[in-house]
Design a protein around this ligand. Structure first.
Ligand code: GLP
Length: 242
């Protein structure tokens, strides 16, 4: 795994965005694996700026998202579809038919089958990831056994608590989600994980030791042939990453 220490959040987002811009220049119909959360917002701002001044063209690009809350319709303002529309899709020339996101209100078996068929037929070129404080990627939560394929999953108390900041009432925070499995993530040709700030220290320490640990799912990326971790200086210092 390649580790890049950026000066700060903006610098890390610029460096991450450049990987997407380089890919699109090389392969205009690339399949981009996208993520939600506060972390990738700056990278999306960079992509929007690049689309605005002609450095990027999304007209033939395709996207798929990592995960979606279970029980939230795509129009709900906390759904990940809504997040993507607000933070990226509404500002670039991506075609709606080239966007794939799990439907949070679709029945489990149908949605698992639909998304698994999508991943079987469509290899991801570059998968963007954030990381949970507990090391989760997508919604692959720490567990003794990690799931390989797209699946429905319950969320841990730690994740529910971390995500409650986005909801008015804690009882509104979804307790379950749909997510790509770790196998789907590992099948992406390239993977980029962004982590900024001290709350990710423990997870990043584990990403940088020598163990692959299902209790910190992001550690599987050590086995990926083309994985990049971008962290900021503050997090690198806190995690002891040189
Ligand atoms: C959620 C998402 C993850 C994301 C994580 C961290 O749980 N499912 O994909 O990486 O939050 O979010 P943030 O970037 O806001 O710290």
């Amino acid at each position: 795994m390649k580790i890049i220490i950026a000066e700060n959040y903006e610098d890390g987002c610029k460096k991450g965005a450049q990987m997407f811009l380089d890919l699109l220049a090389r392969k205009p119909d690339a399949l981009l694996g996208l993520a939600t959360g506060d972390t990738p917002k700056g990278l999306y701002r960079e992509l929007i700026a690049a689309a605005g001044d002609g450095r990027a063209d999304f007209s033939t690009a395709r996207t798929v998202n990592l995960d979606e809350y279970f029980g939230l319709d795509g129009k709900h303002d906390q759904s990940y579809r809504y997040f993507m529309e607000q933070n990226l899709f509404n500002h670039i020339n991506l075609k709606p038919e080239n966007i794939t996101i799990a439907c949070g209100v679709a029945p489990k078996s149908e949605e698992e089958a639909r998304m698994r068929a999508f991943f079987d037929a469509n290899p991801i070129d570059l998968q963007l990831l954030g990381i949970g404080r507990n090391g989760h990627i997508g919604f692959n939560e720490p567990e003794a056994r990690l799931r390989s394929s797209f699946h429905y999953t319950a969320l841990t108390e730690d994740t529910i608590e971390a995500n409650s900041r986005m909801f008015k009432r804690s009882e509104d925070v979804p307790r379950a989600a749909y997510t790509m499995g770790v196998g789907d993530i590992m099948k992406a040709k390239s993977v980029l994980l962004l982590a900024f700030g001290p709350s990710k220290t423990e997870a990043v320490k584990k990403m940088c030791d020598d163990f692959v640990d299902p209790w910190c799912p992001a550690t599987v990326l050590k086995m990926h042939p083309d994985a990049t971790l971008i962290i900021d200086r503050e997090l690198a210092d806190a995690a002891g990453v040189k």
